[in-house]
Write a protein that binds this ligand. Structure first.
Ligand code: ASP
Length: 426
């Protein structure tokens, strides 16, 4: 019998997880059972993925740089990558702004609904947490971002997955210097990283065997901890605008693949599907990174030297789904609470700040909402309405986070393919 493809196994895990979560939500003790006995398997899986991210980036990137042979090739790849990332992000924001302004989901929200959402969520601890995190980030100077990517201690940098860019900077520096020293002297270190790379790839294969079960556990726990569905209905129009925009982004990527690569979008979507499904289940592009790298290199044929640079950088700075969401959410909140702020200048400011905010958003669950606060702040959104504004969209944040993370990962993979095509030519 033909073996079932991995993405089908994950989809089955996902559907069974949702069904199991729904059943457990309805029976006494079901929620506690899922949280104590099922959720840990999802958490262990996510931990395993995060565990291998740093060694994977180091092993793979050193190998990539060492294989380049010519440093000038790297410069053109670097510039191309960043420019393409900025371009796709701007496309995402413009799509988001266009549909939210045309459909106007905020206009149907009654003042009673605002009150209910405010009473339910404005004082929520995790929402307050987001406000505090955003306040801390806001006090940073304009060059803080650049300052932050150069580590002062590599062991310290490697101790936290949030420092992915710092590790990339160190690894690139190490890789380049490895090219500059005597070949004989460079050989042992190159061999070490080559071997590290192979071992980590094997670890990914083994971890992925558990993916369908982990996805079951992750989805079941998302369902039992999700919010009241009556609140979700009030936000349906807003959620559908975000979902519609995200779907258009997938169409945009498919067009890029068809036009620039002359390949079938179905070929692309089929091969990237396991990474998309994991992004959906974990809500974290950082946790999904090892799988994205594996799929892009081994199934979509992108060269290691391209994938090992483009994807880790993309996981941290390229978030098309997140920026589209930030644009829609900011305008939606304004439509409900601050319609006088809906002027053209503010929409332009949203394009710029959502672009910067998506670069600055951490690749972890819920990070997009923190940066949304900064987007709102940049247009002078009244401070006293801020927590009410966030309360408005809080109930649907998790499902939208799952979907925007899927788009973030798909965007990274698309750009890797586009850059790869150009590298092949040069
Ligand atoms: N969860 C998203 C990611 O990891 C970031 C966000 O939009 O919250 O890509």
């Amino acid at each position: 019998m033909k073996k079932l493809a991995l993405h089908w196994k994950i989809i089955i895990g996902l559907i069974l997880g949702i069904i199991f979560g729904l059943i457990c939500s309805g029976i006494p003790g079901g929620k506690e059972f899922t949280i104590h006995w099922i959720k840990p398997f999802g958490t262990i899986f996510v931990n395993l993925l995060k565990l291998i991210a740093m060694p994977l980036i180091m092993g793979s990137l050193i190998k990539g740089v060492a294989d380049l042979k010519d440093i000038s090739k790297f410069k053109s790849m670097g510039i191309r990558t960043v420019v393409t990332y900025i371009f796709t992000t701007i496309v995402a924001i413009v799509i988001g702004l266009t549909i939210v302004n045309v459909i106007k989901p905020g206009e149907g929200i009654s003042s009673e609904t605002v009150q209910v959402l405010k009473d339910t969520y404005a004082a929520d601890a995790s929402l307050q947490d987001k406000l505090n995190t955003a306040a801390a980030q806001k006090s940073n100077g304009p060059l803080q971002f650049v300052e932050d990517i150069v580590p002062s201690n590599i062991i310290h940098a490697m101790s936290n997955n949030k420092n992915m860019l710092q590790v990339i900077v160190f690894t690139l520096f190490l890789g380049f210097c490895l090219l500059l020293i005597d070949k004989k002297k460079a050989k042992p270190l190159r061999k070490f990283f080559d071997s590290l790379n192979e071992v980590v790839l094997k670890m990914i294969d083994i971890i992925m065997l558990f993916a369908p079960y982990a996805v079951f556990a992750l989805l079941a726990s998302v369902i039992v901890t999700s919010n009241d569905t009556s609140v979700l209905m009030a936000l349906l129009k807003y959620a559908l605008v975000v979902i519609g925009g995200l779907a258009l982004m997938i169409v945009f990527y498919s067009l890029c693949i068809a036009i620039f690569l002359k390949k079938s979008p179905l070929w692309f979507l089929k091969n990237i599907a396991p990474a998309q499904l994991l992004a959906f289940s974990t809500s974290s592009s950082a946790a999904t990174l090892p799988i994205t790298m594996e799929r892009v290199e081994e199934h979509l044929g992108v060269k290691n030297e391209v994938a090992s640079f483009v994807l880790p950088v993309g996981a941290t700075i390229n978030m098309d789904g997140t920026s589209l969401y930030q644009a829609v959410a900011a305008v939606f909140i304004m439509q409900v609470l601050w319609p006088e702020g809906l002027i053209f200048e503010n929409q332009i400011t949203i394009i710029i700040t959502a672009l910067l905010a998506s670069i600055g958003s951490a690749a972890v669950p819920g990070a997009g909402m923190v940066m949304l606060i900064i987007v709102l702040d940049s247009i002078g959104f009244p401070k006293d309405l801020l927590s009410i504004g966030l309360a408005l969209i809080f109930a649907v944040d998790r499902p939208l986070d799952m979907l925007r993370t899927t788009v973030n990962v798909t965007g990274d993979a698309t750009v890797a393919l586009l850059v790869n095509k150009h590298q092949k030519k040069s």
